[in-house]
Write a protein that binds this ligand. Structure first.
Ligand SMILES: [Mn+2]
Length: 344
């Protein structure tokens, strides 16, 4: 995939204060893409800053830049706002709408900085950016960033020129967004993986650090969710699980601990749609995760009923109702979901 990077490279070389911004509840692709961009820009003599709206899982901390702190809005909002206001280039990664930054939408719009988007979600807010790289034909933002970097003049199509730390971040984002090569995988995704491994990324080390890193209590929580909480709705070929703050407390829940839970019911032959509803820590809303088998579209379901969206087979959103009202709401949503959208 060759991408025109002339304008990008002009913006990068003019910029002094670059800020890289990811989305709320950052996942591997969000952290992978902001840190990959950081490592690349550092190799070009820039000193970018990273802002994430909320804390990221501990197992991703090995991707952190050396000698620089990732700024978390929930811990340091004033500083984050100051950085956005003072930047001359803002790069948003892995988010299609500025609202996904939760705290910074207005600050980003008000900032005099040039704005770049690099994202792989449906319906990105292209008109809010000076330059946007947006496609859904890649596994992840990290994959898109890989193709962008390969197209730059200094990397010039040679993956060996990608800094190793940058390559590791790219690999981790792709690996997590594809659920370790099980969904959203394109021919180019394998090509990227192959080239990054040849570049020196230790695939087994990445997998162990990111996917085999959980606590005993997280694994017990997973067992509890599947055994005691999973509800099957045969008529809708759907399954759902509710995760309350009480349970999070009981199982010493840490950010990232429920990663992958929503995929588990899809292993059941008769289940085509899976939902995980998680009470937000402050009780303000319910976080919704939706997954589907290939023939079902859950993006439209997320847009229509769950104040969200994302990808065809993996979407998210929010509900502003008590947790106990969610099951009835979910069933009503499935009843009302038109077939022409469900199978679109
Ligand atoms: Mn992503």
């Amino acid at each position: 995939m060759s991408i025109d990077t002339v304008q990008l490279e002009a913006l990068l070389s003019e910029a002094r204060d670059i800020v890289l911004i990811g989305h709320l509840n950052p996942d591997g692709d969000a952290i992978g893409s902001v840190t990959a961009a950081w490592h690349y820009l550092r190799s070009r003599g820039k000193f970018p800053k990273i802002i994430l709206p909320s804390p990221y899982p501990e197992n991703m901390s090995f991707l952190e830049p050396d000698g620089d702190r990732i700024l978390i809005c929930e811990q340091d909002l004033e500083e984050a706002r100051r950085l956005v206001a003072g930047a001359d280039l803002l790069i948003c990664l892995d988010l299609n709408r500025l609202a996904r930054t939760e705290y910074l939408e207005k600050d980003i719009l008000a900032s005099p900085a040039k704005k770049i988007l690099i994202d792989h979600h449906i319906a990105a807010e292209l008109d809010r950016f000076d330059l946007a790289f947006s496609t859904i034909d890649v596994s992840s933002t990290c994959e898109l960033l890989y193709w962008i970097l390969l197209s730059t003049r200094d990397i010039a199509g040679d993956p060996q020129r990608i800094p190793l730390r940058c390559a590791e971040s790219l690999y981790v984002g792709m690996m997590t967004d594809t659920n370790n090569f099980s969904n959203s995988v394109f021919p180019g995704t394998f090509e990227m993986a192959s080239k990054l491994i040849a570049r020196g990324v230790d695939k087994d080390a990445m997998q162990e650090k990111v996917l085999s890193c959980y606590s005993v209590s997280r694994t017990r929580l997973l067992g509890h969710m599947v055994k005691d909480k999973m509800v099957i709705l045969p008529r809708h070929k759907a399954a759902y699980m509710l995760l309350s703050n009480k349970e999070k407390e009981r199982y010493h829940f840490l950010p990232g601990d429920s990663e992958g839970f929503v995929n588990l019911p899809l292993a059941i032959a008769s289940v085509e749609i899976s939902a995980l509803f998680t009470e937000n820590a402050d009780g303000q809303y319910i976080r919704v995760s939706l997954r589907s088998k290939s023939r079902v579209n859950v993006n439209r379901l997320a847009v229509r009923f769950f104040n969200g969206g994302g990808h065809r087979n993996a979407s998210g959103g929010r509900l502003y109702i008590p947790l106990e009202e969610v099951p009835a709401y979910f069933e009503r949503a499935l009843d009302a979901y038109p077939d022409e959208e469900k199978f679109s």
